[in-house]
Design a protein around this ligand. Structure first.
Ligand SMILES: [Zn+2]
Length: 301
């Protein structure tokens, strides 16, 4: 990783974070801008927001985008959050004279790369990252390199199938890890379970569900038990498949890890091969919220 500052851009559906990122992933300055859905108008707005940094010498621009990204061509193939289809985003950044090279990747990959450097000091040889929020994101660092797969689509850990014919998932399939462990899936399941018991629990959101589980509410506890079972099943396969030295949990739901992680690890220890299951280190992120923008900056190596 070259010494010096690069520009990191974390492009989400509601806001865009921009930061000056050094070679260790530390942020030196940051700003946030509301997202505009029209790509050209958005990049123009970002270039205007950058003016205070115009006299800084930067090594390049790394961009993490919520969506399916063609890293080699610098094209966003599809983004549900942004409503984009085939947007040549790297070209737009070039047109508005952002520091080059301009490197584009999926935001979950960028966050995994950020976690690898910021949370773990780039020490592990191989790392699996799970980002637990509304959905379940994932990223793989194998032998010290971000693993993207042949079309840049690798690391979709949230869509590992853990239950044949199980609960429907936003991706169109059934039984994905996300449909048990994602915050919105957990809330949806709990709402239906309360309705079945003719229990009125309103409002209900991930935070309230977590508090109810901590107070031993049976429905909330069951939602977490289902999440733990699904996660344990996924971890068993992941550890047997990849033999990583570290698994890192980040994101809002990871903060309630005591409610599901011990049970999931029990399933992992009893299900996976003994040697890789004993060797793997489990880390819950210390709560840095800027892994996405830091990792985006670090895409410029
Ligand atoms: Zn899915």
């Amino acid at each position: 990783m070259r010494k010096g500052l690069r520009l990191g851009v974390d492009l989400g559906g509601t806001s865009v974070k921009l930061a000056l990122v050094d070679e260790r992933g530390r942020l030196h300055d940051k700003i946030a801008v509301d997202t505009v859905k029209q790509p050209r108008a958005l990049v123009k707005r970002l270039s205007e927001a950058l003016r205070p940094w115009s006299n800084r010498s930067l090594l390049g621009t790394g961009v993490g985008v919520a969506g399916d990204v063609d890293t080699r061509k610098g094209v966003v193939r599809f983004s549900a959050n942004l409503g984009w289809r085939r947007v040549a985003l790297a070209g737009l950044f070039r047109k508005f004279k952002f520091p080059s090279p301009i490197v584009l990747d999926n935001d979950a990959n960028a966050a995994a790369w950020g976690g690898y450097h910021l949370e773990l000091g780039a020490r592990p040889k191989s790392l699996i990252t799970l980002t637990l929020g509304t959905g379940v994101g994932g990223g793989l660092v194998l032998d010290g390199e971000l693993y993207r797969g042949v079309t840049g689509s690798a690391g979709e850990i949230g869509h590992l199938v853990v239950q044949d014919g199980g609960d429907p998932c936003a991706c169109g399939n059934r039984g994905c890890l996300e449909s048990y462990l994602g915050a919105s899936a957990m809330v949806r399941w709990a709402r239906a379970a309360y309705a079945k018991k003719k229990q009125v629990v309103e409002p209900l959101d991930p935070k309230i569900l977590e508090q109810r589980a901590l107070r031993r509410d049976p429905v909330a506890q069951e939602a977490y038990a289902r999440a733990a079972q699904a996660l344990g099943t996924a971890l068993t396969s992941l550890v047997n498949l990849l033999n990583p030295d570290t698994i890192l949990f980040t994101g809002g739901v990871a903060r309630g890890a005591t409610l599901f992680l011990p049970q999931a690890l029990k399933i992992l220890k009893s299900g996976a091969f003994k040697t890789p299951a004993t060797a793997v280190r489990i880390v819950v992120a210390r709560g840095k919220t800027d892994l996405g923008v830091a990792g985006a900056g670090l895409l410029v190596t």
